[in-house]
Design a protein around this ligand. Structure first.
Ligand code: GLG
Length: 841
């Protein structure tokens, strides 16, 4: 610490008495300084990548100013904080987002142009940090943006993986995975915190003792690794507030095994240390299914333990009793992945802080809340008690204790109802006993929520029914949202400008009050507006056309309907049904005489993209089928430009920002009752793409908002799905109609080459295994697709529908979602940091 008396705060203040200026000279000087002093490159010659890096450092400097001020302000004011714990943060590129949020995109563009660099090109130099699988991780990123924008004191906590989600390549139509070492050229956005580290223990044993009636434990032995913090500033839009995302990296403990070393086993001693670093090396590439692997549990506990210690340390800086902990801290669990955090808090309060059980329990309970993201049984985490007991022996003790107290309450409340007791137990009995992490999270949290209205209702009726009965009101709904800053303004500048021009508002107004888009409704039939709207769409289509050429080599026309489906590949999402329809369309075109084709078919480019989990054979077979179908159709001269099929490789956030604004139709066709919410559906609507979709997830609320007449809705509802499944179970097999049969036959007969990997799925669907109801929904889907063609022919009507969609998409801003979390769950309000005193511009 500096000696205040000697140096004087005034002197320090004088040395840096304002935020960095936003005039051209200041920006250029800051960039060139970083070229020379940070990158140690010559200021007289640097390439686009050097310019990107230096600009990033220069922008980071600005972020650090408000990031420091914000945190200091929150500490001085003892602000209530929200912590968002997630194993995934799918941030996407940061540069444009930061420039837009702190409102210096134009000044940077000019300043760079003046020294010979195009800002748009520099954006392309940034790696796309992909520390997440899909919707769950991207939701966390949208939430961070909204919380900063709404000036909610918030930190995100997660893992700094060395390898994010794999890169997807396509070889002979098959997915091949390669590692994404995103840090190879450094990461200018993060701040390495050598001063913020914690020890995290694994394995070992517990000694218990009685402390005046309270049983406490001492956990000793085992392995200890170090968690080191890396911070990424999260600027809000149009505010000086800047929040933080703290990601943990595992490092070896400084204690080196000299015994082993001296015994001559230098390699062994080093190897032990490397094992520690392994913990945070790679993101598990599963979306909606759980591996149950020890390393995954290690990752979970590792980041939860460091996080809880960090939160406690921060609280203790300003508090000497535990009385206000829950009033100052709210912790949100993004699915059950960080569920062990609550047990860690309980353990620390009981074993280390020596609190009585009731007090410790109360603090934990009032601090935690849990979000469920899926009803799919394969995605619900269950950890074997053997695994937990070995890795985290004290935590398993506490889980048993919690279960004991909880089941006592269940028995009191429902005397004699033994089946309910075993249904609700936190432990699933069997040869390999398991902890039901979702139930544990419900019991340890004050509030639980689903992510769309339908999903939350299903939770109450199905997997959490007993809990809803016992704790009425505890289960809530918080419909997901997406940030319009990234998903309209950054990815679709043309549309953003058109909106601002039309409703005569500054970006800063409607981008934080998205329901004001309603005003656009008045223009849905306005000729001038439609003309500009169509121009924006075709510019975006051209941009995508180039992207497709560059990434696949395929030429696609721009004067065709762009039909897009991008999301993780999964049977429940039914990319399979999409490609079956494509085959049907192809066969139909072939059957139609040339001269009748133009009047019968609207030219279409069908684009499908998404990653399959590396161990998910059926999903991989679907990718292969799509590519084989594309290969055949695209090379069939007879079909020409009437139908093109593209598999969009390596779908990721930066690709989404090009793909979504260009789409005219987008597919969200999951089996009713399977997609918890979906969030890309919201992004597509905001960008004027019309949805063809089922009544599933947030589609239901989208239809409510924009009107079912502005979508192409089809398919079985949840009760019909249930009935169909029951019929399958009872032996019904008559569900494959002749048109679908033809498609199956075409696949089997080799029309699309060797696609034998899909034969298993075909066979299963034909023989009662159509769990996701492809056959049930197939014909309604065809009808909806015919309606699409018909509507596209009436182009003014098509435009009207898509403009109405944009106008009424306001509900799906993640700002609205976060406001609901703040009011109903966290009870937290905005804290606005004061403007800097001088010259921030
Ligand atoms: C889940 C669900 C999605 C949901 C997302 C965010 O499958 O339907 O939109 O979380 O809540 N595992 C996911 O991606």
């Amino acid at each position: 610490k500096y000696d205040e008396a000697k140096v004087g705060t005034e002197k320090l203040w004088e040395l840096m008495n304002s935020y960095i200026g936003s005039d051209k000279r200041s920006i250029q000087r800051s960039i060139v300084n970083h070229v020379e002093y940070t990158l140690a490159r010559s200021r007289f010659s640097f390439d686009d990548f050097g310019a990107y890096q230096a600009s990033a450092f220069s922008i980071r400097d600005r972020l650090i100013e408000s990031w420091n001020d914000t945190n200091e302000y929150f500490t001085t004011n003892d602000s209530k904080r929200v912590y968002y714990l997630s194993l995934e943060f799918l941030l996407g590129r940061l540069m444009q987002n930061a420039l837009v949020n702190i409102d210096v995109e134009e000044p940077y563009k000019d300043a760079l142009m003046d020294i010979g660099y195009k800002l748009e090109n520099l954006y392309e130099e940034e790696v796309d940090p992909a520390l997440g699988n899909g919707g769950l991780g991207r939701l966390a990123a949208c939430f961070l943006d909204s919380m900063a924008t709404l000036e909610i004191p918030n930190w995100g906590y997660g893992i700094r993986y060395d390898y994010g989600i794999f890169k997807q390549g396509i070889v002979d139509g098959y997915q091949v995975e390669s590692p994404d070492y995103w840090l190879s050229h450094g990461n200018p956005w993060e701040i390495e915190r050598q001063d913020v580290t914690y020890h995290v223990r694994f394995y070992g044993h517990v000694k218990k003792y009685n402390d005046g009636g309270v049983e406490r434990g001492v956990w000793e032995g085992g392995d200890v690794v170090v968690a080191q913090a890396y911070d990424t500033p999260i600027p809000g839009f149009n505010t000086f507030n800047c929040n933080n995302l703290r990601l943990w990296r595992s490092r070896p403990c400084n204690e080196f095994d000299f015994k082993q070393f001296n015994a001559g086993d230098y390699h062994g001693a080093i190897g032990e240390r490397q094992k520690a670093e392994y913990i945070t090396s790679v993101l598990y590439p599963n979306d909606s299914s759980e591996g149950g692997k020890e390393l995954r549990l290690k990752q979970q506990y590792f980041f939860c333990s460091a996080t809880i210690r960090d939160i406690i340390r921060r609280y203790k800086k300003t508090h000497s009793t535990w009385n206000f902990f829950h009033e100052k801290n709210q912790i949100q669990l993004n699915d059950t992945h960080p569920a062990i955090a609550s047990i860690e808090l309980l353990r620390i309060l009981i074993d280390e802080e020596k609190l009585p059980w009731d007090q410790a329990w109360g603090i934990m309970y009032k601090t935690f809340a849990y979000t469920n993201h899926t009803v799919l049984p394969e995605a619900l985490e269950k950890w074997s008690t053997k695994l937990i007991g070995n890795l985290l022996p004290r935590h398993l003790d506490l889980i048993y204790l919690i279960n004991f107290f909880f089941l006592e309450k269940v028995k009191q409340r429902y005397p004699g109802d033994n089946s309910r007791v075993s249904r609700m137990s936190l432990i699933e009995e069997g040869d390999d006993k398991k902890v039901r992490m979702a139930f544990l999270s419900i019991v340890c949290s004050h509030t639980v929520n689903g992510v769309a209205a339908l999903h939350s209702e299903l939770l109450k009726k199905t997997i959490f029914k007993d809990f809803d009965e016992m704790f009425p009101g505890k289960l809530q709904n918080k419909t997901n949202g997406v940030t319009p800053r990234r998903w309209i303004h950054c990815c679709n500048p043309g549309l953003s400008k058109l909106i601002s021009d039309t409703i005569m508002e500054e970006h800063t107004t409607w981008l934080t009050n998205l329901t004001s888009l309603r005003e656009l409704s008045a223009y849905s039939q306005d000729e001038d507006f439609i003309k500009r709207f169509v121009q924006v769409k075709s510019d975006n289509k051209l941009r995508l056309q180039k992207w497709v050429k560059e990434h696949t080599g395929i030429d696609i026309p721009t004067n065709a309907l762009y039909d897009v489906m991008v999301k993780r590949i999964h049977e429940y999402k039914r990319q399979f049904m999409n490609i079956l329809y494509v085959i049907h369309r192809y066969l139909q075109i072939k059957e139609t005489p040339q001269h009748e084709r133009a009047s019968k078919f609207v030219p279409r480019v069908v684009m499908i993209g998404g990653k399959a989990a590396p161990g998910y054979a059926n999903a991989k077979a679907i990718i292969k089928l799509i590519n084989s179908v594309a290969q055949k159709i695209n090379n069939d001269r007879d079909v020409g430009e009437l139908l093109k099929v593209v598999f969009l490789p390596n779908y990721c956030v930066s690709a989404a920002q090009i793909i979504i604004p260009a789409a005219e139709l987008s597919q969200h066709i999951s089996t009713a009752g399977t997609e918890a919410s979906g969030t890309s559906n919201m992004k597509f609507i905001m960008n004027g793409s019309i949805i063809i979709g089922t009544m599933d997830g947030a589609n239901v609320e989208i239809a409510e908002e924009i009107g079912a007449e502005n979508m192409f809705i089809f398919g079985a509802l949840v009760p019909e799905v249930d009935t169909f499944r029951k019929q399958l179970h009872d032996g019904r097999r008559d569900y494959i109609g002749s048109r679908l049969r033809k498609v199956f036959d075409a696949i089997r007969s080799g029309t699309f080459g060797d696609v034998s990997t899909i034969h298993g799925m075909l066979y299963s669907i034909e023989n009662g295994g159509d769990y996701y109801c492809v056959c049930l929904d197939y014909y309604p889907y065809l009808t909806a697709q015919e309606k699409v063609d018909e509507t596209y022919r009436d182009y003014p009507k098509w435009c009207k529908m898509s403009i109405e969609g944009i106008a009424k998409s306001g509900k799906f801003s993640s700002d609205r979602t976060i406001q609901e979390y703040c009011m109903d769950i966290w009870k937290v309000s905005a804290v606005s940091i004061p403007k800097p005193t001088t010259n921030p511009q």
